[in-house]
Design a protein around this ligand. Structure first.
Ligand code: 5GP
Ligand code: SF4
Ligand code: MG
Length: 462
């Protein structure tokens, strides 16, 4: 998911700003979108299933717009827990004796079910199957405390990988899990006189800051809680932990123009490709990316190997999100809806570069497309290690039994996807390419830095 929040000391069109912010985060979730806007008195909420541009037409954006808006949050959803239902769309809101609160959440809490069961026994009520509601209820019920204290208390009780923005009518809060698994950054808009005394922005990625004319101040630290109110930006270290941000943010998830925890995603993808070329060289005529996710690594592979980069696969820019297709034939046609080989591959030995293989089904069809277009050899190189374990921190890498690398050997996967050779970057190589203090690589090696759910809660392991 993607989260966005804004606090402005001067009245600002925060409905429009939030629209721009979540539109810049659309790649982080395409199932639902929503926002809350407040002027200190009124509190508007709109959310629905669909892309940002589908949910917010002009009329709907107008309905959340407030002339003197001060605080807003927004969300784009990618369902990992709770099904794709309208009432699971975010932000979630609740009424407390401190007034109405809105929460937008990215990630997963590994002990949400235990905490939820405990709260149910104590008389709490839940409207959704969404684990974000557990967080919001934990904060809401500590209504004798101030909002910052209550939020810090909730952070102490829930474990996992998460990044959230929370708003009341008068304050904006952002917080990140103790391992910093999910990203969160702070930015600020120019006040107009060049002094950067303007609105504060908290978002999943810097690209959302730039979208509203803000510059990056810094990343929220792992375990840190920040809040913005009438006297500016404040911070509290709630739960310091060992930083292990999600390696998949750099491999695939984050936008290529974002830099997270000081590491630029595009530059790191190029280094992954260079590393792949050193680890697994091959004699070939052209390097072709699977667009768009294989782009950075393909540039790196071409640079390091000296094999020319070429535009071997056209991606229809209108294809957008692909839907579930019921039959194999329909699924094959679905890939063709999105990708089609160019003349570059005819008679060529191709190094095909992608960021990951999850189920292997798309990869198999892409190899097939290249062969049909006359490629003489297809050597598949992947800029992530084989995905063998489920993610419990908010990236939907499918249940274990669907992960092709958890049930097949390298040779079996190669045969399944029909490539002449297949190689994945090493874990060590990936770590070096990203750099930084530490990384979550649990979906590759099963070493979960932020804990796992109780065994009887784990339907994903099946
Ligand atoms: P596969 O061959 O496993 O069916 O598909 C691999 C492709 O899926 C890669 O191009 C990769 O970029 C893409 N992919 C990896 N993770 C995700 C994800 O979480 N969501 C979507 N939509 N695509 C993903
Ligand atoms: Fe990211 Fe994989 Fe860790 Fe999930 S398990 S947070 S996808 S590195
Ligand atoms: Mg892809």
């Amino acid at each position: 998911c993607g989260v966005f929040g804004m606090y402005s000391p001067q009245p600002l069109d925060l409905a429009w700003m939030t629209y721009l912010g979540i539109f810049a985060l659309q790649h982080r979730g395409q199932e639902a979108a929503g926002m809350c806007v407040s002027d200190g008195d009124k509190f508007h909420v709109e959310k629905d299933l669909g892309l940002v541009t589908q949910v917010f037409d002009e009329r709907r954006l107008d309905s959340v717009r407030l002339a003197n808006a001060r605080v807003s949050i927004g969300h784009v959803r990618y369902s990992t827990t709770g099904s794709n239902l309208r009432f699971n769309a975010q932000p979630l809101t609740t009424r407390t004796n401190k007034g109405i609160l809105g929460l937008a959440h990215n990630g997963n809490f590994v002990n949400a079910r235990e905490v939820r069961n405990r709260m149910l026994m104590e008389g709490a009520l839940f409207a959704t199957t969404n684990d974000s509601e557990v967080m919001l209820n934990l904060i809401a019920r500590e209504s004798h405390m101030d909002l910052v204290e209550a939020t810090a208390g909730a952070m102490q009780q829930l474990r996992g990988g998460y990044a959230c923005v929370l708003m009341s009518r008068t304050a904006l809060i952002g917080f990140r899990d103790p391992n910093g698994v999910r990203p969160l950054v702070i930015g600020q808009r120019d006040s107009g006189d060049g002094s950067y005394g303007g609105a504060y922005v908290i978002a999943s990625e810097p690209c959302a800051l730039y979208a509203v004319g803000a510059r990056l101040l810094r990343d929220v630290l792992p375990g840190e809680l920040v809040w913005v109110d009438h006297d500016g930006l404040h911070s509290m270290m709630v739960h310091p932990g060992k930083p292990t941000p999600c390696s998949f943010e750099w491999i695939y998830f984050a936008r290529s123009d974002s830099s997270l925890d000081g590491v630029d995603t595009h530059a790191s993808r190029i280094r992954m490709g260079e590393q792949l070329a050193r680890e697994f060289p091959v004699d070939a005529d052209i390097v072709v990316p699977v667009p768009d996710s294989g782009m950075g690594a393909a540039i790196g592979y071409a640079r390091e190997s000296g094999i020319p980069f070429d535009y071997g696969l056209y991606k229809n820019p209108y294809a957008g999100r692909t839907f579930l297709a019921p039959t194999q034939e329909a699924r094959d046609l679905k890939v063709k809806m999105k990708l089609s080989p160019t003349s570059a591959v005819a008679g060529k030995r191709v190094v095909l570069i992608d960021d990951s293989i999850v189920r292997g089904t798309t990869s198999r069809q892409i190899v097939n497309l290249l062969r049909e277009a006359g490629a003489t050899e297809v050597h598949f190189r992947v800029s992530s290690p084989p995905i063998k374990h489920p993610c419990f921190y908010g990236i939907d890498t499918a249940a274990r039994k669907e992960l092709v690398a958890s049930t097949h050997t390298l040779e079996q996967i190669r045969e399944l996807i029909g490539a002449d050779s297949l190689r994945f970057i090493s874990e060590r190589g990936l770590k070096e390419a990203v750099g930084g203090p530490g990384l979550c690589m649990a979906c590759f090696n099963g070493d979960y830095p932020a804990g796992t759910p109780l065994l009887n809660d784990v339907d994903k392991l099946a």
